[in-house]
Design a protein around this ligand. Structure first.
Ligand SMILES: *[C@@H]1O[C@H](CO)[C@@H](O)[C@H](O)[C@H]1NC(C)=O
Ligand SMILES: *[C@@H]1O[C@H](CO)[C@@H](O)[C@H](O)[C@H]1NC(C)=O
Ligand SMILES: *[C@@H]1O[C@H](CO)[C@@H](O)[C@H](O)[C@H]1NC(C)=O
Length: 545
């Protein structure tokens, strides 16, 4: 009975979908939004019944694949998902295009943590598709290649707190690398079989030219550390001849030795790479000297992140002075560079030397905890970079003292372009902020401001909120716990560790927080988020600015 009802429901779903496609297809864009979701409801119904879909695959118009894919991904119908991928009728299968908010379904799956089972299923689908194509070739049956590119870029990765159901960038990298290795193995096994047969007694009978090789290029972001180095290296090494090829967009390596890093960079497709992010690698100037020359072939490299590289320019020996110069020269060869992160290196007084030779202006510069000196900021405010800077991170530099005035000047120069400003843990007190406010208020495009970890008072914060109310695009402010909300007296002036470690009086703080919310409400600025929560900060990326 239940099956009967289900069956009717499903065939109703299929026929509705067909009807919508055949009759209303071209008209669909004129229908009100509510009607569109009916298509999606039907798609959900259809994908809930695997055997029906399997039976109907041949007849499903290819235009319905995208909506069925989204429905199957959303409802975790993995069997159907795999069938859809294996028979994908278009040259490109792109997560970004298929999982965004669309006319049929408001949900932007792309902005959610990617479901592990579904991602694995899509990869498995592609592998099966390739293996089948290989078998066909073996039997000299040529079939038209459909899928050529699987684009997996754009999936979320907040690094932490992935949960068992979702799949981090790190494990996606491992899974894909293993898939590449499997395909390669299968491929070489088949090649051996073929060549044996060709050499066999009937070789003259099989003189047909071999059918065109089928292959799929996977566009991905890769994240590797020493645990996954081996498997990724194996996959990339076979890349050129493999039927499943990785084309890396953003490459991130964490705590990886220099030789391993170079070993991987060597095998990346040079035209695809947009970002290289090498963090916690403790490279030092001598390590960077080895690695930087390998970047030059990435002709589309826009973003280079080298935080925690342990560069230290204080008391440079003559040899190290040469290394610094070499590093700067190598940087200047990256002709598309728009973003540079040298956070947590000691760059005191050397900024001109490092950035002065760059060919074009940067749009994002991250120099957190870099022990900058006044002449560094003075250089920066006159440099070609400043009028184009969209993102600037000077967190952890002591702006309360001799850097205050040069920073004020820098802010004025960058005010027309700046969208994103981080000045966390900069020892800024009310009085310093007051002197920065005129320049800050000129940053009319500003969308984000991070002032967490500065010793501001409630009064200083309210002043900041009041004065920046006119910055209409300012949507997110991460502010510090006010110094008057701490339970015990702070040492004065407090260091950032005093502020981070001290205990906050929750009651006092929630009163202040409510007052700030009230001020936003009164000013009709509830679109702006004022928070002490640093988590929001992680999702902000140069490429999303
Ligand atoms: C590499 O990253 C993975 C995933 O975050 C982690 O489980 C593993 O312990 C890391 N390896 C090392 C050597 O830190
Ligand atoms: C940094 O700021 C504090 C005031 O908050 C000041 O006492 C100190 O001397 C400053 N300079 C340096 C180099 O730390
Ligand atoms: C934080 O404060 C506690 C006592 O309030 C102290 O024992 C501890 O050492 C401090 N930690 C740091 C990192 O300053």
């Amino acid at each position: 009975m239940l099956q009967c009802v289900l069956g009717v429901g499903i065939s109703l779903g299929v026929s509705l979908l067909f009807q919508w496609f055949c009759e209303a297809g071209p008209l669909a864009c004129c229908l009100p939004a509510a009607m569109h979701s009916l298509v999606f409801l039907c798609a959900q119904k259809v994908v809930s019944h695997h055997s029906t879909v399997r039976g109907a695959l041949e007849f499903i118009p290819k235009e319905l694949y995208p909506v069925l894919f989204k429905a199957a991904f959303m409802d975790k119908r993995t069997l159907v998902l795999q069938d859809l991928v294996q028979t994908w009728p278009f040259p490109v299968l792109s997560f970004q295009k298929l999982l965004r908010k669309c006319q049929h379904c408001d949900r932007a799956l792309l902005q959610e943590k990617p479901n592990k089972l579904c991602v694995q299923t899509v990869i498995l689908g592609v592998v099966t598709y390739l293996n089948e194509a290989l078998e066909d070739r073996l039997h000299s049956q040529s079939r038209r290649q459909r899928l050529q590119v699987l684009d997996m870029t754009g999936l979320q990765d907040d690094g932490i707190d992935q949960g068992p159901e979702s799949m981090s960038l790190w494990s996606r990298t491992v899974t894909l690398a293993k898939a590449c290795i499997d395909v390669s193995k299968h491929q070489s096994k088949c090649t051996k079989r073929t060549s044996k047969r060709r050499k066999g007694p009937y070789s003259s009978a099989v003189a047909l030219p071999p059918p065109q090789p089928v292959s799929v290029e996977v566009h991905v972001d890769l994240f590797v550390n020493s645990t996954s180095y081996g498997v990724l290296k194996d996959a990339l090494q076979n890349n050129a001849n493999s039927m499943l090829r990785l084309k890396c967009r953003d490459f991130r390596a964490e705590e990886l030795p220099i030789a391993s890093t170079v070993g991987l960079l060597e095998f990346l497709d040079p035209t695809g790479v947009r970002q290289v992010d090498l963090r916690f690698n403790n490279l030092g100037l001598s390590g960077l000297r080895v690695i930087l020359p390998h970047m030059a072939k990435f002709t589309n490299l826009v973003s280079l992140k080298l935080p925690y590289s342990n560069i230290d320019v204080r008391r440079l020996s003559a040899g190290m002075e040469g290394s610094l110069h070499y590093f700067a020269t190598q940087l200047s060869r990256l002709s598309c560079l728009k973003e540079l992160n040298l956070g947590s290196s000691r760059l005191s007084g050397k900024l001109r030397q490092l950035l002065g030779d760059l060919q074009g202006p940067l749009e994002s510069l991250e120099l957190a905890f870099c022990y900058l000196l006044p002449n560094d900021l003075a250089y920066l405010s006159q440099s070609l970079h400043t009028p184009t800077l969209k993102k600037l991170d000077l967190s952890g530099n002591n702006l309360s003292d001799s850097l205050l005035q040069p920073f004020q000047h820098l802010l004025e120069e960058a005010s027309s372009s700046l969208l994103h400003l981080d000045i966390m843990e900069c020892r800024l007190m009310d009085i310093h902020l007051e002197s920065l406010l005129p320049a800050l208020c000129r940053c009319s495009q500003l969308r984000y401001l991070g002032v967490f970890g500065n010793p501001l008072s409630t009064r200083g914060l309210k002043n900041l909120l009041q004065r920046t109310m006119g910055l209409l695009y300012l949507q997110l402010v991460i502010y510090p716990y006010p110094v008057d909300c701490y339970s015990e007296n702070l040492p004065w002036p407090p260091t950032s560790s005093n502020l981070l470690n001290g205990s906050v009086d929750e009651e006092k703080f929630s009163r202040v927080s409510a007052e700030l919310q009230q001020m936003l409400l009164t000013a009709s600025r509830t679109d702006a988020v004022w928070t002490t929560n640093l988590c929001r900060h992680n999702t902000l990326d140069y490429f999303n600015l």
